[in-house]
Design a binder for this molecule. Structure first.
Ligand code: FBP
Length: 545
């Protein structure tokens, strides 16, 4: 296997990522900061998490002799949900912390996500196994999965596994839903007298798991840079051939964070932002009209090509589709068969009209099974095709009236899976290692139900600070699969307010990008050049304004 590695792979594997000073300290001391409640619906969250609600935020600072860790630790790690670059370095951080406590510490990796926890399927991570995955992309070391530890039986099964392995801690490396699940498990373990602490690490390329204490989820930096490379290349292709309109859909679920970051990096002619579409209440017809206007303007300037980017979650933010999707969700939750014939008669009349107007392929995609957390699988809905078809129909009408003479030739791309297992950027390598190490340290100090975090990210990595935030502090109640559930609130693109700098920067420039071709092709993720350690633009705008 190894002899087939490229020079870059070999170098990344052997590279020592830069670590914050606190992570290198001989010991760390726990500083309790302010006690935190919930994001919203405080009383309901408190009632659901009676043991773990309202805990203080924790900061870890370099400590003294009394803080030295010298007891062996038994840790479990699980990769949960969609892949994100850097996950292996989180495991490396947990592993190195545990071995620093004692060479007798053990770290067990659960296989294929939460199912591995429930069934007790795991492997002990040896130094050799760990060293084969440092700084590498993806979650292939252990595999991941989207199972949810939900029922009393599943939680009991997980507890039994934790007790059999004598685990001091279980680190859940996951997104908003997986970390909500971690909080539920932490509460269950604590209230039922199980010693295993459950703490989380913020993962997801979507960039929607962040707040004032958790500046960014890992994987976003690498994935957005990977997509930006591909988008930049497509743009140059469009410029050279001057014959296609490229419609590029970008992953990210509900949030447009990835699309916005890629737009800042690459400057396409148009980038739709779902949150803005919702705020303005734009219908599909209005979005299409705006695109047609842009195409006509560019045609007048002799440009019958361009690049249109859209977030995969767009469809859920267009008012008529939002109403349709929540109607479909309720209809499916009532047990009606998942077929067009089964669902259509049960829809509200207005939603039925919208549904009937859609091409067959989109109808089928809207009916696809929800994921185990109740999310619509937007990654499987070809919104770019829907948009381009609607634009084409409008242009045909205009052509018949003699108002458009050019040829509209769309090309489709959807970028998502391509970026989830890329070699992690320098930023993700260091960030992930710091998160894993911190999660290990919090666990060894007896902390439960926290999400590990690193802050001061605009400073040199050595100066980053680390700690933990109660997961319940990020939760509110949301409707899932027809029921109210506690979940971590997603961080969507802010149009105004404290984190709106990335959107404001984009909004200030986009008119120019639409008319002129100011494409930027940033190239592959940099590991060597000056500036290679730079983090993404979204994070920098949010931290520095
Ligand atoms: P997570 O929230 O689990 O990190 O998922 C990220 C993501 O890549 C989304 O952007 C995308 O909609 C989804 O996973 C696709 O899911 P799947 O891998 O199940 O097709």
């Amino acid at each position: 296997q190894r002899c087939s590695f490229s020079k870059l792979q070999d170098e990344r594997l052997a590279s020592r990522c830069i670590k914050p000073r606190v992570v290198l300290a001989k010991s760390v001391h726990v500083m309790e900061r302010e006690a935190l409640g919930a994001r919203d619906h405080h009383d309901r969250i408190k009632a659901l998490f009676p043991s773990t609600y309202g805990r203080p935020r924790i900061e870890l600072v370099p400590g003294g002799e009394a803080d030295v860790f010298d007891k062996p630790l038994n840790m479990g790690v699980v990769l949960s949900g969609g892949q994100a670059p850097g996950g292996h370095n989180v495991i490396a951080g947990v592993f190195d912390f545990a071995k620093k406590c004692s060479p007798d510490s053990k770290v067990f990796g659960f296989l294929n996500g939460p199912a591995g926890v429930m069934k007790g399927i795991c492997t002990e991570i040896t130094p050799e196994l760990m060293d084969a995955y440092r700084n590498t992309g993806g979650f292939d070391m252990l595999g991941s999965g989207r199972d949810k530890i939900e029922t009393k039986e599943q939680m009991e099964a997980s507890k039994k596994v934790a007790e059999e392995l004598n685990l001091d801690g279980l680190i859940v490396i996951g997104g908003d839903d997986s970390n909500t699940n971690a909080a539920i498990l932490a509460e269950y373990f604590e209230s039922s007298g199980c010693k295993t602490k459950v703490n989380g690490c913020p993962k997801t390329i979507d960039g929607d798991l962040k707040n004032e204490y958790v500046p960014i989820s890992f994987g976003f930096d690498t994935a957005a840079k990977t997509f930006s490379e591909e988008i930049g290349n497509v743009q140059l292709d469009a410029l050279a051939s001057q014959k296609y309109y490229h419609f590029i859909r970008l992953m990210g679920r509900a949030a447009s964070n990835i699309a916005l970051e890629c737009a800042l990096q690459t400057r396409p002619n148009v980038c739709l932002i779902s949150e803005e579409v919702e705020a303005k209440g734009l219908s599909l017809k209005q979005i299409v009209d705006e695109l047609v206007e842009m195409i006509l303007k560019r045609a007048d300037a002799g440009k019958n090509y361009g690049v249109v980017m859209l977030p995969e979650g767009l469809i859920e933010f267009i008012p008529e589709f939002n109403a349709l999707i929540s109607d479909i969700n309720d209809v499916l939750a009532s047990g009606i068969p998942t077929t067009i014939e089964g669902v259509v008669p049960a829809l509200q009349p207005a939603n039925r009209n919208v549904f009937n107007y859609l091409p067959q392929s989109i109808k089928m995609q809207l009916l696809l099974d929800r994921d185990p957390h109740g999310n619509v699988q937007v990654a499987k809905i070809e919104t770019e095709v829907l948009l381009a078809q609607a634009v084409e129909a409008e242009l045909e009408k205009l052509a018949a009236e003699g108002k458009y003479a050019a040829k509209f030739a769309p090309q489709f791309h959807s970028f998502g899976y391509e970026g989830r297992c890329a070699l992690p950027s320098h930023f993700d390598c260091s960030y992930c290692y710091a998160l894993g190490y911190t999660a290990g340290a919090l666990t060894s100090k007896g902390m439960n139900a926290l999400m590990a975090c690193a802050n001061n990210l605009d400073m040199p990595i050595e100066d980053w600070t680390v700690g933990g935030v109660p997961i319940t502090m990020m939760c509110h109640m949301e409707r899932r699969k027809g029921k109210d559930k506690p979940v971590i609130m997603k961080a969507l693109v802010e149009l105004d307010g404290p984190r709106s700098q990335p959107f404001q920067a984009f909004a200030a420039e986009r008119e120019k990008w639409m008319e002129h071709d100011m494409y930027r092709a940033p190239g592959a993720i940099q590991f060597y050049s000056e500036g290679a350690r730079n983090a993404n633009m979204t994070l920098m705008y949010e931290l520095l304004g």
